[in-house]
Design a protein around this ligand. Structure first.
Ligand code: ADP
Ligand code: ZN
Length: 602
């Protein structure tokens, strides 16, 4: 809906202005005067011709004796006609032209009213035409926007998609079907109509869909769910109808619907009794999916990162009944993705994609593509012949923590606080066995919110976490505030995010992973979105008492761990002071420097 039909009010204003001008121009300056004044104007020769109608006297200025009522007089004086028997005599005395009333003002009315009306109609038609170009428009109701044109020759195949091996296996069957539908139809095999690709943004869902089209060499229709939702009720549905008409004509082909959730939200959840337009569009989509012949060769791929809000009807058999998880890449996949994007780029020999991948857990494919590009741009800016490891380091720093905000200066006290805070994280990480090793500590303010950061390097991607690991993760998070407390005997707002994350971990231990004695091996919360590990909790049913107990136990974990963290930091206080001071000086420490400081001892 964004850019499509931006009907600006300025059109209306322009039209109004022109309308008023026309009115002014076509209508004479009218002066309503009293009868005696009218007469005095006659005496003064201000009026030189008069029209006498049944109710009015109209006096005109500067009219040649045309004996006709002028069409466009300059000035007009009007006064009510009074039963004055001497009027004619009086007028003649002053040599005034008396013009028979000509009540037929047809042409003037025409000009002053019809013309503006025509003008408005013109503007309206212009707008409609514009809308017609942008979207389906009223005039071309039901025609899809020009964008829905089948793409062919996308230049994307499975080789351009790194990782996602399971997804590729699942999609291989679809490709096989699109290539040789007869093979399947002969045996009466049913191919899934709809496949839902589920995963966070930037993980390569669109890329996969395109690769399927590329591999099977069929046309690719792509549209976003939000494109269906139009301003006028009924348009979205018409658009769906049209899309499927086109797809059927081009079969075998692939229809890709991005952001399915914006169209396929569960019905009846909108405010004010639901979103009519979306509901109609969704119903049309469901009807089309049910309607078309499976073996015609139209395969619908859809992408979403919020499968849990989809209307259940969309997920029923015969619709999007097959789901493929397209998750964030793991270490190995990150290496592969980096390799794909580094293909056309001159890399220095010492650049190790493995190390870069290790430093970028949680990055999506899109993030990694961006990283390679950023690094290349940096190398170009520096006039280098090749992209070296430093550029990648710099690009990672940029992407991880936002661009360096060099002009955002902390005052000395703040800087000192941040230095001790970050060193606190790093030291606790060092003195906890399971904690990830420190990769970099920095107190250069970056982006919004992060004053400094301590980056730990996980040695591998983790799928299972032990209780000890979770507790020690909490320790590291609490290390920042712990250091502030010990050194300054004061706490700051800088720990808000740390505390939130620590609390989240503690809460999930208690209520989700069954790691608390009082609450037992029972789950009370579940992850709202198990696909995406967003750490959002969804409440199951439990009593207020249980809720209270959960809160108490969470609090207990945090309090207990805080005591342990402070103990560690008090023991290591000399080291804490030394490292923090060095950090204050250098603003950033990498793992080598940090290790050297540790080895030196206090
Ligand atoms: P999504 O549709 O899941 O939001 P896209 O498919 O649009 O993500 O991915 C955006 C870009 O990120 C792609 O054009 C590609 O350059 C890059 N990318 C993402 N995943 C991969 C991958 N697995 N292999 C290679 N490139 C990828
Ligand atoms: Zn912190």
């Amino acid at each position: 809906m964004e850019k499509k039909f931006q009907f600006s009010l300025s059109y209306l204003f322009i039209a109004l202005a022109i309308f008023i001008l026309l009115q002014n121009w076509l209508s004479p300056q009218i002066n309503n005067v009293s009868y005696s004044q009218f007469k005095s104007y006659v005496v003064d020769k201000k009026i030189n011709s008069v029209v006498i109608s049944s109710t009015l006297l109209k006096g005109y200025e500067k009219v040649e004796s045309s004996k006709k009522e002028p069409m466009f007089p300059d000035v007009l004086y009007i006064t009510p006609r009074i039963d004055d028997r001497n009027l004619v005599e009086f007028l003649e005395k002053y040599g005034i032209d008396i013009i028979a009333a000509n009540e037929n003002t047809f042409l003037r009315t025409l000009l002053s009213w019809i013309l503006p009306t025509l003008f408005f109609v013109g503007i309206w038609m212009f707008m409609m035409k514009r809308m017609g170009q942008a979207g389906g428009g009223m005039m071309t109701l039901g025609k899809s926007k020009a964008k829905i044109i089948a793409q062919t020759d996308l230049g994307v195949d499975f080789a351009s998609v790194a990782g996602h091996e399971e997804a590729k296996v699942e999609l291989a069957e679809v490709i096989e079907f699109l290539k040789t539908p007869e093979k399947f139809t002969r045996l009466g095999a049913k191919i899934p109509k709809g496949i839902l690709l589920v995963g966070p943004p930037g993980t390569g869902k669109t890329l996969l869909a395109k690769a399927v089209a590329g591999e099977s060499g069929v046309p690719f229709f792509s549209i976003s769910g939000s494109d269906f939702i139009e301003m006028f009720v009924g348009l979205g549905a018409a658009r769906v109808r049209d899309l499927f008409e086109q797809a059927n004509a081009k079969a075998p082909c692939i229809v890709f619907i991005d952001e399915l959730d914006s169209l396929g939200k569960a019905r009846g959840t909108g405010m004010m009794g639901g979103h009519d337009e979306r509901e109609q569009t969704l119903n049309q989509l469901l009807a089309e999916m049910d309607g078309f012949e499976v073996n015609k060769g139209v395969v619908i791929l859809a992408a979403t990162n919020r499968p849990e809000i989809l209307d259940p009807a969309l997920l029923r058999p015969g619709r999007f009944d097959r789901h493929i998880l397209v998750d964030r890449p793991d270490l190995k996949e990150r290496v592969a993705i980096l390799a794909v994007h580094a293909k056309g780029i001159k890399l220095a020999v010492e650049v190790d994609l493995g190390i870069i991948a290790r430093r970028t857990p949680g990055f999506t494919g899109a993030d990694l593509a961006n990283l390679v590009n950023e690094a290349t741009l940096l190398a170009v800016r520096k006039g280098k012949e090749q992209v070296e490891a430093t550029e990648f380091e710099e690009a990672i720093d940029r992407i991880v923590a936002g661009l360096e905000k060099k002009n955002r200066v902390l005052n000395e006290t703040e800087k000192k606080t941040v230095a001790y805070h970050e060193t606190g994280h790093a030291l606790v990480a060092t003195f906890r066995k399971t904690a990830e090793k420190v990769h970099k500590i920095s107190i250069v303010p970056r982006g919004i919110g992060a004053l400094g950061y301590t980056m730990q390097l996980p040695t591998e991607d983790r799928f299972l976490m032990s209780k000890t690991e979770l507790l020690e993760k909490i320790d590291v998070l609490l290390g920042g505030r712990g250091a502030e407390k010990i050194i300054f005997d004061e706490i700051t707002t800088g720990a808000q995010n740390d505390l939130q994350r620590a609390t989240d971990i503690a809460r999930s231990m208690v209520a989700m992973y069954g790691m608390n004695e009082k609450l037992g091996q029972v789950t009370y919360l579940q992850q709202a979105n198990q696909f995406l590990q967003q750490g959002l909790f969804q409440q199951k049913e439990f009593s207020d008492q249980t809720a209270l107990l959960i809160d108490e136990e969470v609090r207990k974990i945090i309090d207990e761990r805080m005591v342990l963290v402070e103990k560690t930091l008090v023991e290591q206080r000399p080291l804490l002071e030394k490292i923090a001071k060095t950090l204050l000086e250098k603003e950033a420490l990498d793992d080598e420097e940090f290790k050297a400081l540790l080895a030196e001892g206090a």
